[in-house]
Design a protein around this ligand. Structure first.
Ligand code: CAO
Length: 415
């Protein structure tokens, strides 16, 4: 079966996490992703957090599946000429170098357009134009600057970063959407364009509901679904809301059987309004169904702490999976707190290809997260990441270089 992005060639100048997540997605959708790396070293993540001596790390292998790797010194004059050929040969150049690095290499937007006016140049940067545009940025910097850290954690603690890589992988996703959109527009215009996804912008986009709450707070001075209500105080900015639900349906994390020894014996419980009566019956507080102090969502807002404490008496008698099964029977929205170990062993995630086992010639078998986006006409076949420079000769031959030319470039240190 064909793939959605068959025929699209990506010059992948990405490294670390944000850019590689983007190009890995494009590769899963069928694009030919040619990862350009520095000879000898390659993407710095190949050797970061290594668990198997001399083998590419999981950091690298889990972000670079389905790609081809070539080594090229883009600061070498001969290497620059190879890069020019690659630019003429590809549809999209994706990069996440520090600001200005591509220009310093001699590949400005104008130069790239001269070489290939259809080329789409897609970049991840930490910040968009403005006071911080020249800054280098990593995941947690973006989480802090994009509004996630100030709104994550508990009211009486410091700001907290989240384990979800919303700055890196989140921005990679945003960039991938920008790229396929630009490819679509190119069908009409015949021209390439620049695509920029700034990590601060990507995080803020994912924190959109918190900017919603800021404006509600400005107007009313209170956020009634936050745990600070009714006894705490609100300041000028959206406070950290602990585990409160981000939406209009109050939720909290509750202890389950075994919580004393298992750090993940918890369940997320949502007191969704349409199933309030079922919740009351299940936990043995049927009087709350008609009691005007509990019967409506607004009446319940000042009592959420007490309500969740009561529900927790019920959840603590059951394991998170028992509670999940019972609650789902009554359509009560909830979710067990799954550990990474439980997720890694989950057979249903294996069955759907969301968790995939891949074989690698040096490190052996490893688990990776497959394509979370499933297309019915473009199924994803997850393949291992390439070794450093594994495809240099293959790609050079496709670009029209003869064996003699390839040997000469190698001798010159260009590849
Ligand atoms: N041949 C020759 N030189 C190469 C090369 C190649 N194949 N590939 C890269 N280089 C050079 C670059 O041209 C650059 O040189 P100059 O500094 O002389 O311009 C140099 O390698 C280093 O690139 P860098 O500055 O991007 O790398 P860094 O490790 O210093 O910074 C990072 C890393 C991530 C902080 C920075 O790239 C960045 O801010 N990127 C944008 C934001 C981003 O994506 N962050 C997420 C990272 S994941 O947490």
């Amino acid at each position: 079966m064909g793939k959605a992005l068959d025929g699209v060639r990506i010059l992948d100048f990405t490294h670390v996490q944000s850019g590689p997540t983007c190009t890995q997605l494009l590769a899963w959708f069928g694009a030919d992703v040619i990862k350009v790396e520095r000879a000898g070293a390659g993407d710095i993540t190949r050797e970061q957090l290594r668990d198997v001596p001399d083998a590419d790390s999981l950091y690298f292998t889990m972000l670079n599946g389905n790609k081809r790797s070539i080594t090229l010194d883009t600061k070498n004059p001969e290497g620059k000429r190879v890069l020019e050929t690659l630019i003429q040969h590809c549809d999209v150049l994706v990069e996440n170098f520090a600001p200005g690095a591509l220009d310093r290499m001699g590949f400005t937007w104008e130069r790239i357009q001269e070489l290939n006016p259809r080329m789409i140049v897609a970049s991840v940067k930490g910040f968009g134009p403005g006071p911080y545009e020249d800054c280098k940025v990593y995941e947690n910097v973006a989480q802090c600057a994009g509004g996630a850290a100030s709104t994550t954690g508990f009211a009486d603690g410091p700001p907290v970063v989240t384990g979800a890589q919303i700055g890196d992988s989140g921005t990679g996703l945003h960039l991938a959407l920008g790229i396929v959109t630009a490819l679509y527009q190119r069908v009409q215009t015949g021209r390439g364009q620049k695509v920029l996804a700034a990590m601060q912008d990507g995080v803020l986009n994912l924190c959109r509901v918190k900017l919603r709450d800021q404006q509600r707070l400005d107007r009313t001075g209170v956020l009634k679904e936050y745990p600070q209500f009714p006894n705490g105080t609100f300041g000028e900015a959206v406070p950290r809301a602990g585990n409160a639900s981000g939406g209009g349906q109050p939720g909290w994390i509750l202890k389950c059987k075994g919580w004393g020894t298992d750090p993940n014996a918890y369940i997320y419980f949502i007191t969704q309004a349409p199933v309030w009566d079922r919740i009351c019956k299940l936990i043995g507080r049927e009087e709350w169904i008609s009691d005007p102090d509990y019967a409506t969502p607004n009446a319940r807002l000042p009592k959420l702490k007490e309500i969740f404490a009561e529900i927790e008496h019920w959840t603590m008698q059951r394991t998170k999976f028992e509670a999940m099964a019972l609650l789902n029977k009554y359509d009560i929205p909830c979710g067990p707190i799954l550990s990474m170990k439980e997720i890694a062993e989950d057979q249903s995630l294996r069955a759907t290809g969301t968790i995939v086992e891949v074989d690698h010639p040096v490190r052996g078998k490893y688990l990776t997260v497959g394509n979370p986006i499933k297309l019915s006409d473009s199924p994803t076949d997850v393949k291992r990441s390439p070794l450093l420079g594994e495809h240099t000769e293959e790609v050079m031959a496709e670009l029209g270089y003869s064996s003699e030319q390839i040997n000469a470039l190698r001798a010159a240190g260009a590849i």
